[in-house]
Design a protein around this ligand. Structure first.
Ligand SMILES: Nc1ncnc2c1ncn2[C@@H]1O[C@H](COP(=O)(O)OP(=O)(O)OP(=O)(O)O)[C@@H](O)[C@H]1O
Ligand SMILES: Cc1ncc(CO)c(N)n1
Length: 266
């Protein structure tokens, strides 16, 4: 039977990040994708024009509809704009015993626009992180969450270790914004492992974080263990960047279809 995955995230009208990136990624990686939308964004490759949050009740209804019918084998959580929505998600995840939860602590878009309210960060830490199997902060998010200024690779290890111990989950500190390379650091069970990535010279990186976390969720849904899921997801993101899609006037989207042969779908 086909495995299933759910993304709880915001919609990106330009299709490169958020719900749209997540569903394309899950589909391209062979799982059935479902979504619970936390907010609509009017957004493109140059920035976010406007955000409309859904109500707590409506998000709860989406989650009830999903979990009582097609149970997800993995869950990815992205942009959650408000404390109320965080609480609603945490309660439902607990109630339905959701598993394989990957949390991407989205705060700011690649274009620099703010996506969640400031007061959401503490609630996210207290209520959501303890449910996660994996947290996937980028360098900036890992600094904000851990209070450690990240200047080099040892700082990435320290920040990931602190977060992992604090919230009892695995932490992948993503190096997409580091200067030299694109190495990501996984810390869990008191040990760490690097996932090595060459820096690809492509300015079209809109949605890389969403894509990575959704690909990890897809692989976990298929039964891969954490390290294997991360390795496969990193290869998928690398391929999507290397495909050099060039759309839009700002930091454009990735080619989520790079791993699918046209003759397979025609
Ligand atoms: N230029 C690049 N070359 C190679 N890999 C990259 C590049 N940029 C990002 N990545 C990879 O993409 C994944 C996402 O990392 P990144 O640090 O960009 O996340 P993010 O900042 O959360 O993404 P977003 O821009 O969507 O918010 C990581 O595996 C990272 O190593
Ligand atoms: C809706 C949404 N979620 C996440 C990101 C992060 O890239 C974005 N730009 N938009």
């Amino acid at each position: 039977m086909m495995k299933t995955a759910l993304t709880i995230a915001g919609s990106d009208s330009s299709g490169g990040a958020g719900i749209q990136a997540d569903m394309k990624t899950m589909t391209a990686n062979g799982v059935y994708a479902m979504s619970a939308i936390t907010a609509l964004t009017a957004q493109n490759t140059t920035g976010v024009m406007s955000i409309m949050e859904v109500s707590k009740e409506f998000l709860e209804q989406q989650l009830d509809s999903i979990f009582t019918d097609i149970y997800p084998d993995a869950v990815k959580i992205g942009m959650v704009p408000s404390p109320d929505l965080i609480r609603a998600i945490a309660d439902k995840l607990e109630y339905y015993h959701a598993k394989n939860i990957v949390i991407d602590p989205v705060m700011i878009a690649t274009s620099g626009s703010r996506l969640i309210r400031e007061e959401t960060i503490n609630i996210m830490k207290d209520k959501l992180f303890p449910h996660g199997a994996l947290l996937t902060p980028n360098l900036w998010e890992a600094s904000v969450l851990s209070g450690i200024t990240i200047r080099d690779e040892m700082d990435m290890v320290r920040a990931a270790e602190l977060l992992s111990k604090e919230y009892g989950c695995a932490v992948l500190c993503k190096g997409g914004h580091s200067e030299k390379n694109a190495n990501d650091l996984l810390y869990y069970d008191k040990k760490y492992r690097w996932f090595i990535g060459e820096r690809i010279h492509n300015l079209n990186t809109h949605g890389t974080g969403c894509t990575l976390s959704s690909a990890i969720a897809a692989e976990l849904a298929k039964g891969k263990d954490l390290e294997e899921a991360i390795q496969l997801a990193k290869e998928y993101v690398t391929g999507a960047l290397e495909a050099m899609l060039d759309l839009g006037k700002g930091n454009g989207p990735l080619n989520h279809m790079w791993n699918i042969k046209q003759e397979d779908i025609l």
